[in-house]
Design a protein around this ligand. Structure first.
Ligand code: NAG
Ligand code: NAG
Ligand code: NAG
Length: 557
């Protein structure tokens, strides 16, 4: 328990102690130069946190945050069994997500392979792999005949605030693309060289549908991963971790702690009556998840942004060995010493801040103000503006308020640029080291926006007069101006730039969310309806490796 009067002094002591501890341990430390270089990535990590859309676009998360789930929040748990889990297990934020697992173990219901249409076949194959992933976290043996009975949908309510570690990005996506790097390489310290053998080992060949035989560490290492994460949580005094796949989830280390069961109801047997319309391919399923694109909603989780610890804060090598995906950071080429240093820093941060009264700066709110002012207008400049006059009107609209026309006029605008860059940051007070890193990163982003826009203004400002200038020259100026803004969009890489225009009532804007989605859907997210075939190369790769029997079923596509 922390008394408010102590919390204030505790905070100063904590950050001083933190800096000292890091010094003593001699590891690398967060530094402003790194934050400046990674400014857009840090800005995006804050802006995307606990948001399904942004975390799907920037799916290789590099950051951690302390997070609190308040008392009285409902969570869902789908299982083949009625009993409350006694080992680390999973809670879903959405009903739709938990419903996927509220069924007996076994092959997914529905017609056998060969009698399915291509889309159903594809989705059910993914579903089967996906299902076996989640089920493994549960410890108990399979008692019912596979698929014979309906599973159980559990609902729990938090009876006390939960203190959790949020692992950002698509951190529950079991891929080889880097979504697991912060867990497997940083927190668990697995060697990148042997990770494929350990984590992504091909499961033993098994007869079609027999998923009762569990690999010792669980498919895709999920069982061992949950145990390892919970062992860290125990050291840290936390109750679990928040991750995201197609839906947000918590690995709750102990279901008997701070949870109260609200209801447990059995689902209908899949063999009685028709197959329930709750599968991954179901538009209603995607609709439920898509509701969280812009936030988890209803204050169900508060992130302490001032607790952020990110690999982006450190001068470490985040180069992706995949030359095609330089847009995605990875930890596979980061040295073990550097990874250990970041983990030590994280441990120190948690120790110093875990019990603080919540007094975080709403950095995500600041990012929202910035994104909402500029995002659509910048895209408009690149995609719709057709004359220098039109461009001038746009930049003038955004910049005029920062110019003191009694002094500056068109001459030296450096004060105006500075006013523009610092506008949304001037009310922020910085207490933690994370606050300082975030301030540096956000300033880097806003400075880039403002200097670019003032450059564009300078390019086109002379074009305001009425006399018709040289058309060729104007075209050239416009082209240069558009290129400037285009460069800015590429620097910012805001998830908002990928958002679909409003979709119809029978449609959902779709982007790949593990395990769903195709390569094309990642690069061109669009509104899809319930009869749209999700065909094409899986975005997430051929993963996990499938035993022969299943693969044959898939090859029918
Ligand atoms: C980071 O790692 C990549 C891949 O090993 C390497 O090519 C690059 O030179 C490294 N960058 C730095 C700054 O060390
Ligand atoms: C970078 O990562 C790749 C893939 O994990 C690995 O093959 C390579 O040896 C690494 N290079 C360095 C310098 O760590
Ligand atoms: C679904 O979308 C596709 C492609 O846009 C269209 O051809 C089809 O008619 C739509 N189906 C329904 C039921 O709206």
């Amino acid at each position: 328990m922390v008394r408010p009067s102590l919390a204030t002094t505790g905070l100063c002591l904590a950050s001083a102690a933190l800096a000292q501890a890091a010094n003593l341990r001699g590891g690398i430390k967060p530094n402003k130069e790194a934050a400046r270089q990674r400014a857009p990535e840090i800005f995006n990590a804050v802006h995307d946190a606990m948001r399904q859309w942004g975390s799907s676009v920037h799916h290789n998360g590099m950051s951690f945050f302390l997070a609190t789930v308040p008392e009285g929040v409902l969570f869902h748990h789908g299982s083949h069994q009625q009993d409350t889990p006694t080992a680390p297990d999973w809670l879903a934020y959405e009903i739709e997500h938990a419903e996927l697992f509220a069924r007996a173990r076994g092959p997914p219901p529905g017609p056998p392979p060969g009698h399915r249409d291509a889309r159903t076949s594809f989705l059910l194959t993914v579903f089967d792999d996906y299902d076996s992933t989640q089920q493994v976290i549960s410890e108990s043996p399979v008692t019912s005949a596979a698929g014979a009975e309906g599973g159980w949908l559990h609902v729990y309510r938090t009876t006390k605030p939960l203190r959790l570690l949020y692992i950002d990005g698509m951190s529950a996506g079991k891929t080889r693309m880097g979504t697991l790097d912060t867990q497997d390489m940083l927190l668990r310290g697995l060697d990148p060289e042997t990770i494929d053998d350990k984590v992504f080992a091909k499961p033993p060949k098994r007869p079609m549908g027999d998923i009762a035989k569990k690999p010792p560490r669980g498919p895709m290492d999920e069982e061992q991963r949950a145990k390892d994460l919970c062992s860290l949580c125990q050291d840290w005094g936390l109750q679990g971790v928040i991750r995201m796949e197609v839906g947000f989830e918590i690995i709750k280390c102990d279901f008997s702690d701070s949870l109260e069961q609200v209801q447990v109801l059995q689902r209908p047997s899949p063999h009685r009556g028709s197959r329930p319309r709750h599968g991954l391919g179901d538009l209603e399923f995607i609709r439920g998840i898509a509701e969280r694109y812009e936030g988890i909603g209803a204050s169900r989780t508060a992130i302490d942004f001032s607790s952020m610890v990110s690999s982006f804060f450190f001068s470490v090598n985040l180069t992706n060995p995949d030359a095609e995906r330089q847009d995605l950071p990875r930890l596979s080429n980061t040295t073990a010493t550097d990874l250990a240093a970041v983990k030590t820093y994280l441990t120190d941060m948690i120790g110093g801040r875990r019990d603080e009264a919540r007094r975080e700066v709403d950095w995500q709110g600041v990012s929202d103000m910035i994104v909402s002012r500029y995002a659509d207008r910048l895209r408009f400049m690149v995609e719709k503006v057709v004359s220098t006059k039109m461009m001038l009107r746009e930049v003038k609209f955004l910049l005029e308020m920062f110019i003191d026309h009694s002094k500056e006029g068109d001459s030296d605008l450096s004060d105006a640029v500075n006013r523009c860059a610092m506008f949304y940051l001037q009310t922020i007070s910085r207490t933690t080291e994370a606050d300082h890193m975030l301030h540096t990163a956000f300033t880097g982003v806003t400075t880039e926006i403002c200097t670019t826009l003032f450059r564009v203004r300078e390019l086109v400002v002379g074009e305001d007069d009425d006399d018709e200038g040289d058309a060729g020259e104007e075209e050239e100026l416009l082209e240069t101006a558009i290129q400037e803004v285009q460069g800015l969009l590429e620097y910012l890489r805001w998830a908002r730039f990928k958002r679909c225009p409003a979709c119809g009532l029978d449609e959902v804007c779709f982007i790949p969310m593990w395990p769903l989605g195709t390569v094309d859907e990642y690069h061109n997210p669009r509104c899809v309806n319930s009869s749209e075939p999700h065909r094409g190369e899986s975005y997430w790769g051929s993963f996990p490796p499938r035993p022969e029997a299943d693969r044959q079923a898939n090859d029918e596509l």
